[in-house]
Design a protein around this ligand. Sequence first.
Ligand SMILES: CC(C)(COP(=O)(O)OP(=O)(O)OC[C@H]1O[C@@H](n2cnc3c(N)ncnc32)[C@H](O)[C@@H]1OP(=O)(O)O)[C@@H](O)C(=O)NCCC(=O)NCCS
Length: 153
Amino acid sequence: MTVVRPATPADANAMAFIEANNEIMRVGVDGARPPWSAAAIRTTLLARGRAWVALVDDAVVGHIITQSVDDEAELLAVGVAPEARRRGVARALLSTAHAAWVAAGVRSATLEVRVGNGPAISLYRAFGWFAAGVRRGYYADGEDAIVMRWEIG
Ligand SMILES: CC(C)(COP(=O)(O)OP(=O)(O)OC[C@H]1O[C@@H](n2cnc3c(N)ncnc32)[C@H](O)[C@@H]1OP(=O)(O)O)[C@@H](O)C(=O)NCCC(=O)NCCS
């Protein structure tokens, strides 16, 4: 069973491992940023933003990292360990983040995703996210980013 709880500084190493080992990072580091280190996750993301981890049998297998200002949120990262995929882990993480946003008065959110990242785009669409624009050549390898938005209906 998947359990989702708020991330703590003690989760930073596991979160950095998930970040560094997903194929999105391996295929040419994200143009906007290198994979986050455990230190960066601890000192910046967990201090300023809101993040949750998903656990299966007490092991961290996925995370979602967000930040928000007033009623606008940004989804910075969602990642699931390859061996734990297609079992609803990302779905559980997104449900948690969406519920927290609604409870906090967030009205809309944005994210960027590689145009070729079919699994992630399907995931976001399933949660009502829609394409709102394209950033040409956004990633280091020249791939475009789709800007997606989620809004409270
Ligand atoms: C994208 C990612 C987070 C999905 O995680 P996951 O736990 O496997 O996803 P779930 O099992 O919760 O799937 C939820 C929905 O996402 C979509 N989805 C997930 N993986 C998919 C795939 N390989 N192909 C097509 N759709 C997929 C489906 O709509 C799925 O619903 P369904 O199982 O009812 O068809 C995971 O593949 C991953 O970590 N990828 C690398 C990192 C990444 O791309 N992050 C996003 C960057 S913006």
